[in-house]
Ligand binder design. Structure first.
Ligand SMILES: [Fe+2]
Ligand SMILES: [Fe+2]
Length: 264
């Protein structure tokens, strides 16, 4: 876990970063929206459990949380969900139905605290509407991002993620070329289906986000990106026709292990 920081007067980042051997780092962000009804977006990695709960408590008393919004049920987003729901007895869990049902196979979900959302549905957080928006790229069928109509931020789940060379607090701190390369690589690796999609049809999904025009992209896997939505969408538009990313194989793993051992 890294130290929490504020991106807008009412949004805090609970940041972590995960080393991707041989490639760099992937940010793993959760967020607190200081709405009238405060919201936690995602719950980090189980690996960080204690540090995550400490980071959360340093930003807000979990008992004040009224909502936990789960963008999808992948482990890097659900890592501390059970602990959070215990520490936040006044919070309801906003999630896609299938995410809740799938998680029910691992532990008993408090169904009376669950609020099911489909893309297009919204919740009233007192001083803002939070709307479920399916991002153009997703690696899990339960994905619902969040558009916050007060901050005009889009919490985009895994979409817009990038493998970068060092953890930073703003996408502006990453050189433009590195950001584009890191984003295109992640987009291809995490969403191999994108290469089966016609670029013009994918373009329609991108156009919906362009129309929504969020001022800030808050991805789980990218440093906060303010005023860059158009440029980031332009990068995603290059992905469908590009050559698919190739994941590291056993030879690469052996090289990584040898390097870690200090073999010459
Ligand atoms: Fe995911
Ligand atoms: Fe993720």
């Amino acid at each position: 876990m890294d130290k929490p920081y504020r991106v807008t007067p009412d949004i805090e980042v609970l940041p972590a970063h995960f080393p991707v051997p041989g490639a760099g780092f992937l940010a793993v962000n959760a967020f607190v929206i200081r709405a009238k009804e405060p919201v936690l977006v995602d719950t980090g990695m189980g690996l960080d459990s204690e540090a995550f709960m400490e980071a959360l408590a340093s930003v807000i008393d979990p008992r004040e949380l009224k909502w936990v919004w789960l963008t999808h049920d992948d482990a890097d987003h659900t890592g501390n969900l059970r602990k959070v729901l215990e520490a936040a007895p006044n919070a309801r869990l906003a999630a896609f139905s299938l995410a809740v049902l799938r998680m029910s196979t691992a532990w008993p979900m408090p169904m009376d605290r669950v609020h099911w959302l489909n893309p297009g549905d919204s919740i009233d957080a007192g001083d803002r509407r939070l709307t479920a928006v399916r991002p153009p790229l997703y690696d899990n069928p339960t994905t619902i991002g969040v558009y916050d109509d007060k901050s005009e931020a889009f919490f985009s789940a895994d979409c817009f993620g990038a493998i970068i060379q060092s953890p930073v607090q703003s996408a502006d701190a990453v050189a433009e070329g590195d950001l584009a390369q890191g984003m295109a690589g992640w987009a291809s690796l995490d969403n191999p289906w994108v290469h089966m999609v016609k670029p013009e049809e994918f373009g329609q999904a991108l156009a919906r986000i362009r129309q929504m025009a969020p001022k800030m992209i808050l991805s789980a896997h990218l440093p906060p990106a303010e005023g860059k939505t158009g440029a980031l969408l332009d990068v995603l538009a290059t992905v469908p026709p590009a050559a698919p990313a190739v994941a590291p194989n056993q030879a690469a793993l052996e090289q990584i292990l040898a390097q870690a051992r200090g073999d010459s």
